[in-house]
Design a protein around this ligand. Structure first.
Ligand code: BGC
Length: 852
């Protein structure tokens, strides 16, 4: 019997095809139409397209790094347009750019090869790929000769980023290059119909696009996975309708973002990051400080127009219900509209942002003239703010204005909830006090964004009075030291015995030795496939999976291993591999799962000799930001379901995704792996993704990176100094929402320190807050190599690494991908049996859920 779950069939499977078709159906929901003067959609009789831009052929399906998914193929923009039946008339310009890229890539690869072969450091090539990743060079200028007659022109601007490195506010990254600007001007002047498409995972400067006369439409096509070209062509020709809305504020200038000059390496200090913007992140900042963005949070146009009218807002107990009617007022195109509900809380002891998102709903697809009634329900206790002086979430007295609209800068007051006296909604304890004097900004004295008639709307708002008795204070209970279990039963207890009820979990824990438990609490990266495993491909069970838990107790105690593989934009595995007659993996004849610069030579797929070949191509789904832009939880659940189906098929138990850090600043190199600047939206998206995955037997998600993994430069050693309030309301909130709504099977801690303590070693974060306050029941694991050994720079770091013993003590159950030193560290550093038993129990519970 084969030990491999992968298929021996080389041809594209029915599952691959079906999943690509599913993505094709929903991806337009995540594309955001930023500008449109009627240019889009292009007419059905469009025959010739002049296609330009660095993303026309070299489009980005998702970002770089551990989240790069090895799909069988990627449909590019040019291919998508050709397959839609159009001719591309700019082939020679595209060929010339191909050549520029091939030369640049050749030079880059030669440099990496030289480092590997001649630097004397085996990790040097890998470090170079991380620290100076390859990016396609600037485009060449378009000449008059390049601009042949066409029905329309399309310019695709692509941007790539990845883990280990933050983006930069410079031309070619956040800014457009001079050539890009010139090219756009030329095309705008030459063609009547001109579309700019943004194949980006995060924000870019859009000033030139808005100021150039003749740019008819700007479509944030985003990064939709391996059918990106098809999905784009569908939207271009109106076969599908973009209905996405932004999940992050797009500023006029990079310097409009709070703390823009101190973020990551912007001020030269990557050791300490001071979160001086406090809770004023994203639209909370732009609103409160009166900074008008280029495109607000929640913004998105449609091919048609809508009318939103609030029918009723009512309060029953603490549940507020808004009924909103949405009508498609256009006469040509169908569309879906998103309605957002924000709350403006009164200032009091605690300063409040102008508004915060509390709920939203999206219509079904409405035909011209058609209407839909949406119901948005929210709880008043969720309007509370964290008051550090009371260590509590508090509803301060006053009026809470309910705003309803289509984006953060376009809402109207729909009602007000009157809270007569202070209500403590949750009595907690301050657990994450900031370790330094922060200089948090205050919006006092600033002129917030407003609109004509806002004050009269407030004065006329229907007031709903909250019955104070409708909200009961929740008082957190924190656990004490863990209990130690002992068992003197003679026969050896197994996990099967626990499952069948023949023995209790406590009996099994009582029998396990410290050595057995320490081994289980550390992953098994002790070689991987053929000893070639690098970080991120350390599994010895499923080729290309990121790691496994121990199977040392599989035979005598029935504790089978769990297989862990990356995301978030799909499942990252080795696409194909070969084994010999003894079923032994042959590295030289197998593809790599972690070659995100495409630098290393992959074996040819035509393998000779007495070998058996296996295939495990996975679907690259849209990046997390694009999923969030759908604002459609059913769509995100479906994306999770795609991944869960592939996990089940290929034998993966825990998906190392979704990523859900807050998009604090647009330069974070991993923003594309995250959902939003808003914690509620991020938390709901993660919950929907989790529900999709966890429908599948033996499969669970790992929400990551808990917490404050908001920058990539020096990510392993950076110390995030954050106030307890900003942590609780912004950076932890999304995780809280995801845990409460979907109970993911696991959580991955981040590399960084928070207020002086590594996330993986932080008892208060992992046990007191996550488990005791929120009720998290699953496993907590580290990020890969956080206990040391994989430095990406050769220098002395101000802050060191986390350690495996403190992982166990703090409730970080698994140290991944694991080393013998980690096991030794646990055994030699006074970790008690009870502490080991607490972590072991959670891992065993997960094994029971996934493998039994
Ligand atoms: C990343 C994680 C990833 C892990 C395993 C790390 O470098 O930060 O997000 O899950 O590698 O590949």
């Amino acid at each position: 019997m084969s030990i491999w779950k992968a298929t021996k069939v080389a041809e594209m499977s029915a599952r691959e095809k079906a999943h690509m078709e599913k993505v094709r159906k929903f991806a337009a929901e995540g594309m955001v139409l930023l500008e449109n003067d009627g240019t889009l959609p292009l007419a059905a009789d469009t025959k010739k397209i002049a296609l330009f831009g660095n993303g026309a052929r070299h489009m980005i399906k998702g970002g770089k790094g551990s989240g790069d998914v090895n799909s069988r193929s990627v449909v590019g923009v040019e291919q998508g347009i050709l397959e839609a039946g159009c001719e591309v008339v700019s082939g020679s310009w595209l060929d010339e750019y191909d050549k520029i890229c091939t030369d640049a890539k050749g030079a880059y690869d030669a440099r990496v090869k030289d480092l590997i072969e001649n630097s004397g450091n085996p990790m040097a090539g890998f470090m170079e790929i991380f620290n100076n990743p390859y990016h396609d060079p600037d485009v060449q200028e378009i000449t008059d000769a390049d601009m042949a007659d066409a029905d329309a022109a399309v310019y695709v601007i692509a941007r790539d980023s990845g883990e280990g490195r933050d983006r930069k506010p410079v031309a070619g990254d956040y800014e457009l290059t001079d050539n890009e600007k010139k090219n756009i001007e030329k095309l705008a002047a030459r063609y009547d119909k001109f579309v700019v498409a943004l194949n980006v995972g995060g924000v870019v400067d859009t000033k030139a696009l808005r100021s150039t006369k003749g740019v008819g439409a700007v479509l944030l096509m985003s990064q939709a996975g391996n059918v990106i070209g098809t999905v784009f062509a569908d939207a271009l020709f109106g076969k599908s309708i973009p209905t996405g809305h932004l999940a992050m504020t797009w500023a006029e200038n990079y310097s409009d973002y709070p703390a823009f000059d101190t973020f990551s390496s912007q001020n030269g200090n990557v050791d300490d990051e001071y979160y001086n913007e406090g809770i004023f992140v994203g639209y909370r900042y732009f609103d409160s400080f009166g900074k008008k963005p280029a495109y607000p949070f929640g913004y998105g146009l449609s091919y048609t127009s809508f009318d939103i009218s609030v029918k009723d807002v009512s309060l029953a107990g603490e549940e507020l219900t808004a009924k909103v009617e949405v009508k498609n007022t256009g006469d040509k195109f169908a569309g879906k509209q998103l309605v957002q509900l924000y709350v403006s809380a009164p200032d009091g002891n605690v300063e409040k942002p102008v508004k915060e998102l509390k709920g939203f709903a999206k219509t079904k697809e409405l035909k011209p003239g058609e209407s839909d009634e949406l119901t948005i329900k929210v709880k008043v206790s969720d309007f509370a703010s964290y008051d550090e002086s009371k260590a509590s979430y508090v509803l301060e007295p006053g009026k809470y204005f309910i705003r309803i609209g289509e984006n953060a800068c376009s809402t109207h007051i729909a009602a007000a909830v009157e809270v007569a006296g202070e209500i403590v909604t949750q009595k907690l304890a301050n657990k994450m006090k900031v370790d330094t004097d922060l200089n948090e900004i205050s919006a006092k004295g600033a002129t917030p964004l407003t609109y004509d008639g806002e004050e009269s709307e407030k004065a006329a708002a229907k007031v709903l009075t909250l019955d104070a008795g409708a909200i009961k204070t929740v008082v957190a209970e924190y656990e004490g030291a863990p209990t130690e279990y002992n068992c003197d039963k003679a026969e050896k207890i197994t996990l099967e015995d626990v499952k069948s009820g023949k023995a209790t979990m406590e009996d099994l824990l009582g029998q396990l030795t410290r050595e057995e438990m320490a081994d289980l609490c550390v992953g098994t990266a002790r070689g991987g496939f053929g000893g070639t495993s690098v970080i991120g491909t350390a599994s010895a069970v499923v080729p290309g999976a990121a790691g496994d838990t121990s199977s040392k107790m599989a035979t005598d105690r029935g504790v089978h291993n769990l297989v862990l593989a990356d995301g978030p934009a799909g499942l990252r595995l080795t696409p194909y591999f070969a084994v010999d007659e003894e079923n032994q993996y042959i590295p030289e004849q197998s593809a790599m799962a972690f070659d995100f610069a495409g630098t290393f030579e992959q074996p040819t797929t035509d393998i000779h000799g007495e070998v058996t070949k296996y295939y495990q191509y996975c679907t690259a789904i849209p990046i997390a930001t694009m999923l969030a832009q759908t604002w459609n939880m059913d769509v995100i659940e479906e994306a999770g379901d795609i991944v869960g189906t592939e996990m089940e098929e290929l034998g993966v138990n825990l998906w190392l995704a979704p990523g859900m850090n807050i998009q604090k600043n647009p330069l974070c190199g991993r923003n594309f792996e995250y959902y939003s600047e808003d914690p509620l939206l991020a938390g709901m998206c993660a919950a929907a993704d989790t529900k999709g995955v966890q429908k599948h037997k033996g499969c669970g998600t790992t929400i990551k990176h808990f917490a404050c993994n908001n920058q990539e430069d020096n990510r392993m050693h950076t110390n995030a100094h954050v106030s307890e309030r900003a942590l609780r309301e912004i950076y932890l909130k999304g995780f809280e929402v995801a845990v409460r709504q979907s109970q993911p099977l696991s959580i991955m801690t981040s590399y960084n320190l928070i207020n002086g303590i590594h996330a993986a070693n932080n008892y208060d974060l992992l046990t007191a807050i996550c488990r005791n306050e929120w009720g998290f029941e699953g496993v907590v694991m580290t990020d890969w190599g956080t206990t040391g050994g994989i430095e990406m720079e050769q220098r002395t770091f101000k802050y060191g690494c986390s350690n495996a013993a403190d992982c166990v003590r703090s409730g970080n159950d698994l140290t991944m991908p694991g080393s013998d030193e980690d096991v030794k560290n646990i055994l030699d550093n006074g970790v008690t049996r009870a502490e080991l038993q607490a972590c072991t129990r959670r891992i065993l519970d997960c094994v029971l859920k996934c493998r039994y």
